[in-house]
Design a protein around this ligand. Structure first.
Ligand code: SF4
Length: 446
């Protein structure tokens, strides 16, 4: 269990030296207990106290790294129940199931199809991360061979699904280098699975038929020294599975229950009879509070909306997504190419640049820092005023790149045209379209 503020205070030096940024050791202790401070902020904690305080200062839900390579990610590490309280940090990971009786050629085809499920959005590459290899016949040799094949021939990381320690052991030897998640330790195999996870330093899922059962397994594995755990409460009925997710998250964050302070894994594939319904159930777990969501298949129509939902939920609501201020070249522009300016809200940038690209008219796109606001909002908030835009155009270096003196401003910022003209003496300010969808036609018609 986490320590209380008073228990932490007793372990601090009590000199009130203020070096940690708060006036007293007591205030620091309270902040540490509520997760608002880092233990390292106090330079005077003794080694002995540090050891005892490590638990209190650990995140309430342990972040667990899964996988290696470009699709490696962490699950867990969350600190709030609701996204609007702060932010969610580690996006739900998506897995598609491959069964161990599959022929290698079929697996190869499936991996290629799943690998194509990658989407660019606001400068990010959205894609599923995991293959869940499921043992369906106890054939350890075939299981290990497929684990090796997937690990070596694809970017996907692995969930190794078997309750047979021998089968898991063989697959870990073959594909352990990819840091797979072992699924799952149960009451029957916990010692053997704990040993495999410990010896190979791999994350391990625990599965029981109730939250109490999960707690018993987690505590036992904790005593063995296995720290990177993922929880499956065993519920396969949608209502109960959701209730368990919420109960686990609440217990970890509000109740300080360290035995439930781990990310979860959920199985829509075992709760629905078709892939569309699986997608709906998966979307519920993205919102509440699945760390890993396992699907029977990954298809464009199901995974794309899930990836977008995930992007929205795991984006920091207090920080707009932005692009860097500067000059962006679209389609090899030259000294005669048009110059457009807009704000640095990521969505604005990607929509505008996409429309310019679609026009096939090479252009210079100037992105002015507007603290991540869209054009109309930035203008209304005084972050995209005529003077500012004019000064930005002068200092950004575009004048060295073009011969002409025409600047195209967004239609929604038409009101700043006069001020920009005043700041940029000798330049012609052209008001472009209000809607990005009209940019291509506007550029082509010139
Ligand atoms: Fe107390 Fe350490 Fe903060 Fe100094 S830095 S006030 S000793 S907690």
């Amino acid at each position: 269990m986490a320590l209380t503020g008073i228990q932490i205070f007793k372990l601090l030096p009590k000199t009130n030296c203020k070096e940690c940024g708060v006036p007293t050791c007591l205030a620091f202790a309270m902040n540490l207990a509520s997760g608002k401070a880092e233990l390292d902020s106090c330079p005077y904690v003794s080694d002995e106290a540090r050891e005892q305080l490590a638990e209190a200062s650990a995140p309430p839900i342990r972040p667990v790294p899964i996988g290696k390579g470009v699709r490696a990610a962490k699950t867990g590490g969350e600190t709030v129940l609701f996204r609007h309280e702060k932010t969610f940090y580690n996006p739900t990971m998506f897995a598609g199931i491959i069964t161990s009786d599959s022929a290698e050629a079929d697996v190869d085809a499936k991996l290629k199809a799943w690998n194509a499920l990658q989407y660019e959005r606001v400068g990010l590459n959205l894609r599923p991360e995991l293959v869940a290899l499921k043992d369906v016949n106890g054939d350890g040799v075939a299981f290990a061979a497929l684990a090796k094949f997937i690990a070596e021939t694809s970017e996907f990381n692995l969930v190794l699904m078997s309750e047979d320690a021998e089968v898991i052991s063989g697959a870990v030897k073959a594909a352990g280098f990819k840091r797979p998640l072992i699924y799952a330790a149960t009451a029957d195999n916990v010692d053997a699975f704990g040993k495999i996870a410990l010896e190979n330093e791999l994350p391990l899922a625990v599965k029981s038929d109730s939250i109490d059962g999960v707690i018993a397994l987690v505590d036992k594995l904790g005593e063995l020294g296995v720290k990177d755990l993922v929880i499956d409460s065993g519920a396969r009925e949608v209502k109960q599975a959701l209730a368990d997710q919420v109960a686990i998250r609440r217990a970890a964050l509000k109740g300080g229950n360290r035995s439930l302070g781990f990310p979860t894994i959920a199985f829509p594939c075992e709760m629905a009879s078709n892939v569309e319904m699986e997608g709906l159930i998966a979307s519920m777990f993205v919102a509440k509070y699945g760390g890993i969501v396992v699907m029977s298949d990954l298809t464009t129509e199901v995974i794309f909306p899930l990836l977008l939902e995930r992007l929205n939920i795991f984006t920091d609501p207090q920080r707009p997504m932005t692009v860097t201020e500067g000059i962006f070249e679209i389609g090899n522009p030259d000294e005669n190419s048009p110059v457009l300016v807009t704000t640095n809200f990521a969505l604005t940038y990607f929509i505008v640049s996409g429309e310019i690209e679609a026009s096939k008219v090479p252009a210079w796109l100037l992105i002015k820092d507007s603290e991540g606001l869209s054009v109309l909002t930035a203008w209304a908030a005084g972050k995209f005023g005529g003077d500012d835009v004019g000064m930005f155009v002068k200092k950004c270096g575009i004048m060295d790149k073009v011969k002409h003196t025409e600047l195209i401003i967004p239609g929604y910022a038409a009101a700043i045209a006069g001020d920009v003209e005043e700041e940029l003496s000798g330049w012609t300010i052209t008001v472009g379209p209000r809607e990005a969808a009209h940019i291509a036609g506007f550029l082509k018609s010139r």
